[in-house]
Design a binder for this molecule. Structure first.
Ligand code: GDP
Ligand code: IMO
Ligand code: MG
Length: 421
């Protein structure tokens, strides 16, 4: 019986989808616990590339049940598109092995609308939201006027929907309800589609399976530095992306958590606005972006790139209780003469070795250690002994600094380009 949690340690897009897919054959259940279609998790296998937004990344494993847990926010229209695409591309029907919590909050057309007007109103203080309605939906959950998946089973759902819409037009006087009326037909068609799935109290399903000795992998979305409490607020998402979020978002006791897999890129990226101490604005940054194909999986926006930030990583390891580290995209750093790791910041004129909460309000400068880069292409490496010594030194330095072992190194986007070390 174990609940293992896999999550991102940076600003998202660390490669979580790839590793969840890789590990899923070892787990009986794979469960998403927070976030919504702001996520874009990319899987590659058999020369096919596929991006998932709402569905857990265990969906291509034959032996695992997939769960969308109560902590998630779900857009029924995006969900329907995603299911239909998978059916068309892979010939898979997902009605039997996908379970959705009755307590999942629904993203409605007006949530997306409000997301857009609030973001526009921020002017140059924009967060860079994916505009998928995430913030307004979580706001309604906490404000206690959200709509939940379980509600769609009852005849009064349309009334509840209308009440929420009225409340939105009351709070947001500028909303012109007519503007999203056209989206409502699609919304209600997708609600009918959603009814065909297993809508249940997934906290029972998960706990019963754990008690029977089954294994569960919880799949995080976004990353630790986008956590609503601990991220670089306000440039964050609206959920708890950390290990504790997995317990809340699935209804499982913290006592049941065993392994915590912390996924990070060999460098850093960030999409959207907000502080990013090691961001590069030069040719090196461009080179990482180009080699790493750093464009958002959800919005297609260019991702900002920079060197690996060990202070930020140490903070994320602490918050999550990481037991194993997975380093992704090591192949992208092949061919650099020197690679750099940030080990300290110069913050308000002083050297510090922690991640300050006011990171966005002051100037912050990274202090680096430099390493010889690895020249060879490593994308065909199968085991650690195939790695160049420079990469081994880089790995050792990170392990010594964080005091957590790196157990997996990813050397390419394909499922097979994964080295256990
Ligand atoms: P997620 O949101 O954490 O699942 O990550 P994304 O899918 O948004 O972004 C990761 C990107 O890097 C995707 O395009 C992956 O296919 C790709 N990727 C994952 N691992 C590796 C790797 O080791 N090397 C390279 N070159 N690409 C990778
Ligand atoms: P995955 O799961 C990277 C970022 C957005 C924005 C901020 C708030 O693929 O790693 P939101 O849409 O939540 O209101 O946006 O968070 N963001 C992500 N960045 N990867 C993600 O997900 C993200 N989900 C949200 O760019 O800065
Ligand atoms: Mg992503």
């Amino acid at each position: 019986m174990s609940l293992d949690v896999l999550l991102g340690l940076q600003w998202g897009d660390e490669g979580k989808g790839k590793v969840v897919d890789y590990l899923s054959k070892q787990y009986d259940l794979v469960a998403r616990f927070q976030g919504g279609p702001n996520a874009g998790h990319t899987l590659e296998f058999d020369n096919k590339k596929h991006v998932l937004h709402q569905i857990p990344s265990g969906i291509f494993s034959n032996n695992s049940l997939n769960i969308i847990g109560n902590g998630v926010v779900l857009d029924p229209v995006i969900f329907k598109n995603e299911i239909e695409k998978i059916e068309l591309k892979f010939g898979l029907t997902l009605f039997d092995n996908l379970f959705i919590s009755n307590k999942v909050q629904l993203i409605t057309p007006s949530h997306r609308f409000i997301d857009k007007i609030l973001e526009k109103e921020k002017g140059d203080k924009k967060i860079g939201s994916t505009l998928r309605g995430i913030g307004p939906t979580y706001q309604d959950k906490i404000g206690r006027h959200g709509l939940r998946v379980g509600d769609i089973k009852y005849d009064n759902f349309k009334n509840k929907y209308e009440r929420q819409k009225e409340m939105h037009s009351y709070l947001f006087k500028d909303i012109n309800l007519e503007e999203f009326n056209s989206e409502e037909k699609q919304f209600f068609d997708s609600i009918n589609f959603l009814k065909k799935f297993n809508l249940t109290d997934t906290e029972y399903l998960i706990n019963k399976n754990l008690n029977k000795g089954k294994s569960v992998l919880a799949e995080g979305a976004q990353g630790t530095l986008l956590d609503i409490d601990f991220g670089s607020y306000p440039f964050v998402t609206s959920s708890n992306t950390t290990t504790a979020g997995a317990c809340i978002g699935l209804g499982v006791s913290p006592k049941k958590v065993e392994k915590v897999y912390g996924v990070f890129k060999a460098y850093c990226t960030r999409v959207g606005k907000g502080p990013f101490p090691t961001e590069l604005f030069d040719k090196e940054g461009e080179k990482i972006a180009k080699k790493g194909n750093e464009f958002g999986s959800t919005t297609g926006r260019a991702r900002r790139c920079g060197w690996l930030d060990l202070l930020a990583l140490k903070y994320a390891v602490m918050l999550n209780g990481v037991t194993e580290l997975f380093m992704m995209k090591a192949d992208v750093l092949s061919g650099f003469d020197k690679v750099f790791l940030c080990t300290k910041y110069l913050f308000e004129g002083k050297e510090i070795d922690y991640f300050p909460s006011t990171i966005g309000d002051s100037t912050i400068e990274p202090i680096y250690e430099s390493f010889d880069g690895w020249k060879n292409d490593i994308s065909e490496c199968k085991e650690k002994s195939d790695f160049p010594i420079e990469l081994i030194n880089y790995i050792k330095f990170i392990e010594n600094n964080l005091k957590i072992p790196i157990k997996l190194v990813s050397v390419g986007p394909d499922r097979n380009q994964t080295v256990l070390v």
